[in-house]
Design a binder for this molecule. Structure first.
Ligand SMILES: [Zn+2]
Length: 462
């Protein structure tokens, strides 16, 4: 009898241990914070001056490096590569727009590309099918919001800042009833002014337009929209924090844009006299000069200009820093936080941009983004040779799920410290299949119209 009791007790302890072990390892979570266009060129000088306390804190224990990217540096294309681990030829999102055809009416129309054109599964679709809970906010090309094992707030809901009735349109969020929880966070353009002031964003006024932008209609338009972009990100932040506070899903991913948008304008905010003195010496002919002294001086000046640029970018990076702080305070302790950007910014001979222009770019490679990984399972140190295709494989690796052979990247294993992580082999399956492909054009609606205007004002869509 005694023996039986001991055996039963042993079995109970063993199964309890197994359950606890399983629970512990299943509890591992991942949060991806996407900061469109974020670059070390601006982050480093700002951290050095202690202006980004949360980045500074995270960097003390982070694995970090540059994230190589690819042409075309179009965010719709790149964020889909990040979410699928695949090149654009495989995932099908090759541009911002496509030409829809109505054969009956013989009409061709330029429309915004949608998630229906994607031909590869995303990380949240892959994980959801494996019963992990997922949450996605404002990721590029996630409209229409297709069913996921959790929630998805598409990148079109933000357009409701201009027209609140947009929030009543279909397919903006999943599950549809979630919209009722999100509506209280909708902002109006006027609500953005205190946020602009809090962070010190340059605000639109006729005087400032004269000061910074008078000859350029394009930049004038973009400047006049800045408060809307700030509003978009504030709503994205509030939606994200609301959802994370309720219950943190196993995987959570969000994309913010102000670090990109504000960088498109930033060089206009740099001291004019300084630019007039500097720019002639850093034009392409100086950068490519055969005279080493000229070349050397040009690079030194570009480096100096990067530092000046960082100063004017502070509002956008401070905004991101505050969001990071909030996420860190909410996240479960078993979370790996991955901060990434799809590309950086660089001087290209006439201003700052992320799109290398033919004959006007130096170097020819598009400017690299950033990667920062942080969490109790991450080894602090430098990450070398990471690229945008590595993110989805790395997340799969973090969840101990197999990679797929049709992905173009590999897991950044060296960033993980846990011996169990390191022992994980190269488990691979053939493919996780395709996304929700459909040749059916999605009808145009008010959200698409607003989004089209938004992208036009950035010069992304002609
Ligand atoms: Zn981008």
């Amino acid at each position: 009898m005694k023996k039986i009791i001991i055996i039963i007790l042993l079995l109970l302890i063993l199964s309890g241990g197994l359950l606890a072990w399983k629970y512990f390892y299943h509890k591992h979570k991942v949060i991806v914070i996407g900061l469109d266009g974020a670059t070390w060129k601006f982050l480093n000088p700002l951290m050095k001056e202690h202006k980004l306390p949360n980045f500074e804190k995270i960097m003390k224990n982070a694995a970090y490096g540059e994230l190589k990217t690819t042409k075309p540096t179009k965010s719709a294309v790149l964020w889909t590569s990040i979410a699928t681990g695949k090149k654009m030829e495989k995932h099908g999102i090759v541009d911002w727009t496509y030409v829809s055809e109505d054969a009956k009416a013989k009409i061709q129309r330029v429309q915004l590309i949608t998630g229906k054109h994607r031909t590869a599964a995303t990380i949240w679709e892959i994980l959801g099918k494996k019963n992990y809970t997922v949450g996605v906010v404002n990721w590029w090309v996630t409209y229409p919001a297709t069913p996921v094992n959790g929630f998805l707030i598409s990148d079109r809901l933000r357009t409701a800042i201009i027209k609140p009735s947009i929030a009543n349109e279909k397919n903006l969020v999943y599950p549809p009833e979630l919209i009722n929880e999100l509506k209280p966070y909708l902002l109006k353009p006027a609500n953005t002014i205190p946020i602009m002031m809090k962070y010190g964003f340059e605000t639109y006024s006729q005087e400032k337009v004269e000061q910074f932008f008078s000859p350029s209609k394009f930049f004038r338009n973009m400047f006049s929209q800045i408060h809307l972009y700030v509003g978009h990100d504030q709503m994205t932040a509030n939606w994200s924090l609301h959802m994370l506070r309720k219950k943190q899903p196993d995987f959570f991913g969000v994309v913010m844009r102000i670090t990109d948008v504000y960088a498109h304008l930033g060089w206009k905010f740099i001291d004019k006299q300084y630019l007039e003195d500097t720019v002639p010496q850093i034009k392409l002919d100086s950068i490519r000069s055969k005279d080493e002294a000229v070349r050397h001086k040009a690079f030194k000046l570009i480096h100096e200009l990067d530092q000046k640029y960082a100063e004017v970018m502070l509002p956008a990076y401070k905004f991101a820093d505050d969001f990071l702080g909030e996420v860190m305070s909410i996240a479960d302790k078993n979370t790996t936080i991955i901060i990434i950007s799809d590309h950086g910014f660089m001087w290209h001979g006439g201003g700052y941009d992320h799109n290398p222009m033919i004959g006007h770019s130096y170097p020819d490679e598009p400017p690299r983004g950033i990667i920062i990984m942080y969490g109790k399972d991450v080894i602090p140190g430098k990450i070398e040779n990471a690229n945008i295709y590595n993110i989805t494989p790395t997340i799969l690796y973090a969840f101990n799920e197999p990679l797929a052979r049709d992905m173009d990247g590999k897991a950044i294993k060296e960033a993980f410290s846990d011996p169990i992580f390191q022992k994980r082999g190269d488990k691979r399956i053939a493919s996780y299949g395709v996304g929700p492909v459909s040749s059916k054009a999605v009808p145009t609606d008010a959200a698409e119209k607003e989004m089209m205007e938004d992208l036009k004002s950035l010069g992304y869509v002609q």
